[in-house]
Write a protein that binds this ligand. Sequence first.
Ligand code: CP3
Length: 351
Amino acid sequence: MEAAGNDLLLRALLREPTPRRPVWLMRQAGRYLPEYREARARAGSFMALCTNPQLACEVTLQPIERYPLDAAILFSDILTIPHAMRLGLEFEAGEGPRFAHPVRTAADIARLPLPDPGTDLRYVIDAVALIRRELHGRVPLIGFAGSPWTVATYMVEGGGSKLFPAIKRMIYAAPRELHRLLELLARATILYLNAQIGAGAQAVMLFDTWGGALTPAHYEEFSLPYMAQILDGLTRHADGRVVPRIVFTKGGGAWLDKLLAIGCDAAGVDWTTDLADARARVGDRLALQGNLDPAALHAPPEVLDAEVRRVLESFGRGPGHVFNLGHGITPDVDPQSVARLIEAVRRYRLD
Ligand code: CP3
């Protein structure tokens, strides 16, 4: 057992030495856990869970009670900001998010309000404060938001998309309008994340889930500068410690060098990039977080162990690695596989 006050995550994100690699998992609180499905049924819906600080706190802590994880991540969603902009967000069972009022025209964009986290997103900020209290310092709490580009894809398409036809059309036919939307989202996200930090978030992560759908030039024009703007506006210290920032551009493995100049401490890496190669490119300038293929959680136990080892060894020796998946846990995963994965990371000593 480790002493109370496990801060391995915060140290690894700043590339400070740790006795072992910290591990947490994207979507560690979610549908693969029976206790999550029970809490969601009790709440009535996913958004009812998110908007009730007590329930959001309960669900955040579920994976922490079940597994020896090294971090908690706020239970919420990247779409809380457009929800607060009154776009009529709904999660239909099995369908993913839908907006009743997608944003398509200059007039739609001009009408959007700048949400005040102290009122419009109060439920998130209250959840952060409550979770921090209930964690009793066991592990650090990660706050998060979506990147402006990724959040904008949902607002413009009206929901999830594979090819992003509407927002890609905006890139080519109405780039100035799109920039106005991204600028507003960046300003909203600075206020939102600073409120999370003020309430107790000890690290923050930007989810740029759809950054990899852009061309390299469009990534530099429509995603990267807005993430840079956010990082530039964030509170750097809380409780006398640096608040590390993680940027995860899914599908962005070829562009890791572009993250060196935007003020993040760590880059999230998906499973399509080799960690040794990523590390060779960023050197000791960024920590890396990732990158086990989430599908490896369906492998037989010994194969899962070997895949975990492969990820740990591809990073190699020395500080600056946070073990994670390359994307979120899927709902069909057996909770016992998650236990096995965490155990395999904790057992492993290379440094
Ligand atoms: O990681 C965690 O445990 C924290 C909670 C978290 C959720 N969403 C809960 C959630 C986080 C960090 C997110 C981020 C998020 N939300 C992203 C970026 C990360 C990623 O996965 O790429 C995106 C793109 C969204 C938008 C979103 N929310 C989609 C597309 C969906 C539907 C897809 C799905 O998995 O059902 C959601 C819903 C959602 N967000 C669920 C959870 C646990 C499932 C809701 C349910 O209970 O049915």
